[in-house]
Design a protein around this ligand. Structure first.
Ligand code: G6P
Length: 534
């Protein structure tokens, strides 16, 4: 007799059902609501040619790449700062011709764009004094606290006449964009440059659905005390103007709740249900680990441009190749990575002449003195290591820095490594580790910092290191280079599958599914704006 009994659903069936249910919620949300995304750096930069014609070029960076990938196929509006002269000219042209939303021709984007154009002085204070040195350094624990930071008159001016007003301009422009549509908006704010925007929009549009995703770590309340109360409380309250605040990993969300509890009068925290109750509203604190667009990354990695790089990159390889890929950025811990390699060569001289360490590096935020100094220190450290080990007879130079921005070259290089070193001090996620896991063709091993958000997903199959542990990192390099091939293959296969399974579309879908649930609460509540609490 045939067995007609149905099998109980497997974990895969349940995952599949959940993911279909989430997708259905997202589709219905996007049918009924207008999506508005705001970030400091925009998805494209404009340049104007001699005939006055504008052309658009895709913006750079992890945030822009991820958000651009997920917005494909959606009619979103993107609000961003005009960062280049071309952007400012394009924004001016739009203003003069009454073009509220710009369509960036010449890219495959479907979104429309609206530029925020603060004065150059206000923007400098907001970006080069507060966002990058102050907030970025705070949130990555980068200060040598007996010496820095100094919150001076200049910092206060930058806060009051830079960060606050630029956030206000963003809020105002978002409200203008909202008014272009009949449908109610869903506003998705990105990152640390825009912490005050949610609260500012809430004042004018109490029923808006606002979500803020913080791409970088959130430190503990004690460390936030290095910022004066007006700043740290303002930041928390700005975020509490949103309905959902998202982080990369649960630890960062928990630190945010602790910080609110410590510095926002009148708020109460429900740690079990991960929400903050404040001024009669309930704010959800969630985590959504960002990822890469696996198909798009593969497409670039096997593009003609990448293949062209593959022809000359082998001049950098050796019998063993260690690779790292980063912006020249203190939080990436590049210098300690070089010291670890130095220690590895010292402890295992049998590898001398046979291993190359290639650092693909992109200069970044050169208006900030700490970044310029870090780049100088990187070069000096490499010089010292090369002087110590170089072999004049064979021409061997153990460390080589490749400078530049080409993403195709980065992916071409990633195919080849035996070891990918990702030893960041702390990192919101670190997408380099995910790109490497997906693209590498040599069953390379990832040496990964415990401080990288990616450790939550990849930690089991990478070799984990504590970021300040030079000796431990040197040992991890040795373990990786001497690991039996079958173990390398197993780890590499599991890493690749993990990245394929949770690509960036999951990051976006899960956020929108939570927003859809929240929107349903709003509509269900008799007294919008939000799920009112006692
Ligand atoms: C990286 C970080 C983002 C951050 C961005 C800012 O992409 O992952 O969290 O927003 O840098 O960089 P930018 O060059 O735009 O200042």
């Amino acid at each position: 007799m045939p067995n007609t009994r149905e099998h109980p659903p497997t974990a895969i069936d349940i995952d599949q059902q959940e993911s279909e249910a989430k997708q259905a919620m997202v589709d219905s949300l996007l049918e009924n609501r207008q999506l508005i995304v705001a970030s400091n750096r925009g998805p494209v930069n404009f340049t104007q040619d001699a005939d006055g014609q504008f052309s658009a070029r895709q913006g750079q960076g992890g945030l822009v790449t991820a958000v651009s990938a997920v917005l494909k196929g959606h009619e979103a509006t993107w609000i961003a700062a005009a960062m280049t002269e071309g952007d400012r000219l394009r924004a001016q042209e739009a203003e003069e011709s009454g073009e509220t939303l710009i369509t960036p021709h010449g890219t495959d984007s479907q979104f429309k764009l609206r530029f925020v154009v603060p004065t150059e002085e206000a923007y400098h204070r907001y970006y080069n004094v507060i966002s990058n040195p102050l907030l970025w350094f705070l949130q990555h624990y980068l200060w040598d606290t007996p010496r820095s930071p100094d919150i001076t008159h200049q910092t206060w001016t930058a806060w009051r006449d830079g960060y606050v007003p630029v956030n206000q301009v963003f809020a105002d422009e978002i409200i203008v964009a909202c008014e272009q549509f009949d449908r109610e908006p869903v506003i998705m704010l990105q990152d640390y440059q825009l912490y005050l925007v949610g609260g500012m929009i809430r004042e004018k549009r109490p029923t808006a659905i606002i979500q803020h995703f913080v791409h970088i770590p959130w430190p503990d309340p004690d460390y936030w005390r290095l910022l004066p109360i007006e700043m740290r409380q303002g930041i928390c309250e700005g975020l509490l103007g949103c309905d959902i605040v998202g982080f990369q990993i649960p630890d960062h969300g928990r630190s945010f709740m602790y910080t609110c509890e410590a510095y926002v009068p009148g708020c109460s925290i429900d740690y079990a249900n991960k929400c903050v109750q404040w001024k009669g509203r309930k704010i959800q604190v969630r985590h959504y680990p960002i990822s890469i667009d696996a198909d798009a990354v593969r497409k670039t990695a096997y593009s003609q441009e990448a293949r062209a790089y593959e022809r000359y990159l082998p001049t950098h390889w050796n019998e063993f190749t260690i690779l790292r890929v980063d912006r020249a950025e203190p939080s990436k811990n590049i210098i300690r990575g070089f010291h670890a390699f130095d220690r590895f060569l010292e402890a295992h001289p049998e590898f001398q002449n046979r291993v190359n360490f290639i650092a693909v590096t992109q200069p970044s935020r050169m208006d900030v003195v700490e970044y310029r100094d870090y780049l100088d220190d990187m070069s000096a450290t490499v010089g010292r290591i090369n002087a110590k080990y170089s072999n004049v007879e064979t021409g061997w130079q153990p460390v080589q820095i490749i400078m530049g921005e080409s993403y195709a070259r980065v992916l071409a290089a990633m195919k080849w490594y035996d070891v990918l070193l990702v030893n960041s001090i702390i990192d919101g996620m670190n997408l380099v580790a995910k790109e490497g896991a997906l693209i590498n063709e040599r069953s390379g091993v990832i040496v990964l910092s415990e401080g990288a958000g990616a450790a939550m997903q990849l930690g089991h199959d990478a070799l984990m290191v504590s970021p300040a542990d030079i000796e431990g990192t040197a040992e991890a390099i040795y373990t990786a280079l001497t690991m039996p091939i079958r173990e390398r293959q197993g780890r590499a296969r599991r890493l690749r599958r993990s990245v394929e399974r949770d690509d960036v579309s999951v990051w976006f879908r899960d956020q929108l599914a939570d927003i859809a649930e929240d929107a349903a609460d709003h509509l269900g509540s008799a007294d919008a704006p939000g799920a009112e609490v006692a």
